[in-house]
Design a protein around this ligand. Structure first.
Ligand SMILES: Cc1cc2nc3c(=O)[nH]c(=O)nc-3n(C[C@H](O)[C@H](O)[C@H](O)COP(=O)(O)O)c2cc1C
Length: 331
């Protein structure tokens, strides 16, 4: 069975790529992921807030994040832990490159188009094979239009591309008015891929303290459906590499994402819950399904069930919507 795929122009032995998580902070857990069969590794993010030194900017950004209900809230280091973050991150890129044979994709997480972006070149020099950008911006200012919010993503990507020659991919939020349009703009600005989608970690209110409780809930499998849907819609409309991230917990979800057109599938929550051994299990289950359904390779099944194959895609979407609503009325 040929499980090989290509992501961001990099040939991979299979489509299973652990996404950004603390598992890449430790060389042993990174090695375990590789031994279990991971085809590449996305590192935990280096945050803009960790790079910038100016305290005023830092306070502003931290305030923005904590009222923005952002994913970053939960894993942003507490104020005061910002010493040598960039150096430590670069050292970790070097160590991972030394310890692993699989490609290492570094991750930058930020929201402003300013000096921190230049450090993308340091990450490249440290040996990263590619870079993932997580522009986790929550538009809390109601006067800011969708166009401005989306242009921010494209501008940051374009600025990062100016400082690097390695492939760069963007991890996108679901909250875009027209994800396809943003993806096309990113493509025009020089992106190499997109990762669909970032998860939101919605903090809760503690009724005893009346404070906001930052809670990090791991994903559940139904979240993969949204990813699958958008991969299917984008397949054939862009030349960018497509990665699915969010709710992918088993071989079934991996296969469905590939069938709709993903080049790779990212795993995170399932690795944190079940350990790296789940990668081996997923690979075995994939091979078994492919054998039973007479597929010989991942490239053969990639995109074979996607909107691209529908004659009237808008009609196809509407019809599905209608069917879903009607089926719920019958049950
Ligand atoms: C503990 C934890 C830490 C994470 N750290 C990062 C990070 O540093 N940068 C990032 O872009 N995403 C980060 N993520 C998001 C994951 O990479 C992934 O996109 C998300 O969890 C959805 O995938 P999943 O459903 O497989 O968990 C983190 C997620 C978790 C649970």
């Amino acid at each position: 069975m040929d499980l090989a795929t290509e992501y961001l122009g990099i040939p991979l032995k299979n489509p299973l790529v652990p996404s950004a998580s603390p598992l890449s902070k430790d060389l042993n857990s990174a090695r375990q992921l590789e031994d279990a069969g991971a085809a590449a590794l996305v590192m935990y993010s280096l945050f803009e807030e960790e790079i910038i030194a100016d305290d005023d900017d830092l306070e502003y950004l931290l305030h923005g994040q904590s009222t923005g209900y952002g994913e970053a809230d939960s894993y942003l280091p507490a104020h005061g832990c910002f010493d040598n973050c960039l150096d430590n991150y670069l050292a970790q890129v070097e160590k991972l490159k030394e310890a692993l044979d699989i490609p290492v994709i570094a991750s930058l997480n930020g929201i402003s188009n300013s000096g921190w972006i230049e450090h993308a070149k340091d990450i490249q020099q440290a040996g990263a094979d590619a870079l993932e950008l997580n522009i986790h911006y929550i538009p809390i200012d109601a006067s800011e239009s969708g166009r401005i919010v989306e242009q921010r993503i494209v501008n940051i990507l374009a600025a990062v591309k100016q400082h690097t020659s390695i492939p760069v991919t963007c991890k996108l939020t679901t909250q875009l008015s027209s994800p396809g349009h943003v993806i096309k703009q990113l493509e025009a600005a020089g992106a190499d891929g997109v990762s669909l989608f970032n998860r939101f970690y919605q903090p809760d209110i503690n009724l005893k303290t009346l404070k906001i409780d930052p809670v990090l809930t791991l994903s559940s499998p139904h979240e993969s459906l949204l990813r699958m849907h958008w991969i299917a819609l984008m397949y054939g409309q862009t030349m960018l590499s497509l990665a699915a991230t969010g709710g992918i917990h088993d071989a079934g979800a991996v296969l469905k994402c590939l069938l709709t057109g993903a080049d790779v599938t990212h795993l995170c929550s399932v690795l944190l819950k079940q350990g790296s051994g789940v990668i081996t299990q997923i690979l075995q289950d994939m091979e078994q399904w492919m054998e039973e359904h007479e597929y010989e390779s991942v490239s053969q099944l990639k995109g074979s069930v996607s909107k691209d194959k529908a004659i009237n895609p808008v009609g196809f979407e509407r019809l599905n919507y209608l069917r879903v609503l009607q089926s719920s009325q019958r049950s």
